[in-house]
Write a protein that binds this ligand. Structure first.
Ligand code: HEC
Ligand code: HEC
Length: 213
């Protein structure tokens, strides 16, 4: 548990060092190629097109507050270790549980206060089986392509995807998950700003080769 929590920032730092190093070498080789003064300003917009802007916020999507509903298997997960949801809760035909055990039997549209009481947000449930939106086990590049793919993301275009990421209540719950649960560590403002920077650059995905996790 402990190592999982501290693992995220370390990966994030590692990635940004890599990205920074990448940006530096581009700058250096541009300079070496004889482009001086004026051209230097182009380094103010590094990494566009290579997916680095996506990698800057993918740690949020990989956080247990998100992954517990976006993981493999036909059931939600709980806790920072992502163990299978108690009481054999299942995805069900529409993501909202099976007849005898609907999510809404226990989860409301807000967190119940008190440790181990069900958290909640409007529309609490798993994605439906036809588009399960599973990110667990995917590379950064695959997650990026998956959330942009209209066949997998409920026909959202990029604007709608960004709106979902930055404004949807179910997503926002990750920053206020209720007593006893760790919120997503990157601030919501920072996350939204990074998502919008990625959108402005044309939402590039990392190439398969550069991500090895
Ligand atoms: C019988 C009651 C019950 C049902 C039905 C139920 N849940 Fe839960 N769920 C809980 C309780 C209680 C917790 C809090 C456990 C804790 O904090 O120890 C919880 C926690 C969770 C969490 C954990 C959040 C986190 O990040 O740790 C997720 C995700 C979740 N439920 C999703 C669902 C989904 C999706 C459904 C329907 C498919 C569902 N639950 C159905 C009672 C239920
Ligand atoms: C309680 C379960 C639950 C939690 C927690 C949750 N999601 Fe989701 N997520 C869903 C459901 C259900 C959908 C499908 C709803 C829809 O398409 O309108 C969805 C859809 C999405 C999509 C749509 C695109 C796609 O193809 O995947 C994105 C992006 C997303 N969630 C991001 C997040 C992020 C980021 C977090 C954490 C900060 C998060 N979610 C936490 C249940 C959850």
């Amino acid at each position: 548990m402990k190592h999982l929590q501290s693992g995220f920032p370390i990966v994030a730092v590692g990635m940004s060092v890599l990205i920074f190093a990448g940006a530096m070498s581009v700058t250096r080789s541009t300079t070496a190629a004889g482009n001086t003064a004026g051209k230097m300003t182009s380094s103010a917009a590094p990494a566009q097109g290579d997916g680095a802007l996506f990698v800057e916020f993918v740690s949020v999507l990989r956080h247990p507050r998100c992954m517990n509903c976006h993981s493999r298997g036909d059931f939600p997960r709980q806790g920072d270790d992502g163990h299978q949801h108690a009481m054999n809760v299942r995805r069900g035909p529409d993501g909202h549980g099976v007849t005898a055990e609907k999510c809404s039997t226990c989860h409301q549209d807000h967190n119940l206060s008190g440790a181990h009481l069900p958290p909640g947000a409007p529309n609490w449930g798993l994605p439906p089986p036809a588009t399960p939106m599973i990110w667990q086990g995917l590379s950064d590049a695959q997650i990026c392509r998956s959330i942009k793919d209209p066949k997998q993301n409920k026909n959202r275009n990029l604007n709608q995807l960004v709106e979902h990421l930055t404004e949807d209540k179910l997503v926002a719950w990750g920053w206020a998950p209720g007593e006893g649960r760790n919120p997503v560590p990157m601030s919501h403002d920072e996350f939204s700003a990074k998502v919008k920077r990625w959108q402005a650059a044309g939402a590039p995905c990392p190439s398969e080769a550069r991500i090895k996790m």
